[in-house]
Design a protein around this ligand. Sequence first.
Ligand SMILES: [Fe+2]
Ligand SMILES: [Fe+2]
Length: 164
Amino acid sequence: MTKIPNSKIKQHAGDILKSKTFNSQKKFMQHGNYTTYDHIVSVAERSLRYAEKFHLKVNEKSMVRAALLHDYYLYDWHNCGGPLKCYWHCLRHPHEAAKNAKKEFDMTKRELRMIKRHMFPCTFLPPTSREGLLISMADKACAVHEMRERRKLKKAAKKAAKKA
Ligand SMILES: [Fe+2]
Ligand SMILES: [Fe+2]
């Protein structure tokens, strides 16, 4: 089931949510049974939750827009072609995402930097803003959650198969 963005996300990123290319991410798988679209909406929501939880003053609009576009590389990374190429994907996709975001949407330099640096420490470039740090943290937490869900589903399927 496709994730529905909350009202804050709709308020800050209506133009992005309407884009046909952006919506094409509903067909790419990210982690487990989650599509890239589900993942990026989760990261935007979680970044907002973190800011609230830690009482941090952030530019919500910038954070939401960068979170929604942090993985805007527009392909299914599972087809990257072997472990070495997948590692290359890990290093390169933040730049690819920023390039695609800049081409299609009205993005600030600061927002593009949040996208480019979200893969820290994998890419050695740390976030330079509060918003970027929250996106990077939310991204990892969402990835772990999504992979855990997949393991749970696999376990349940195994159990059901044994019973049958
Ligand atoms: Fe990423
Ligand atoms: Fe991500």
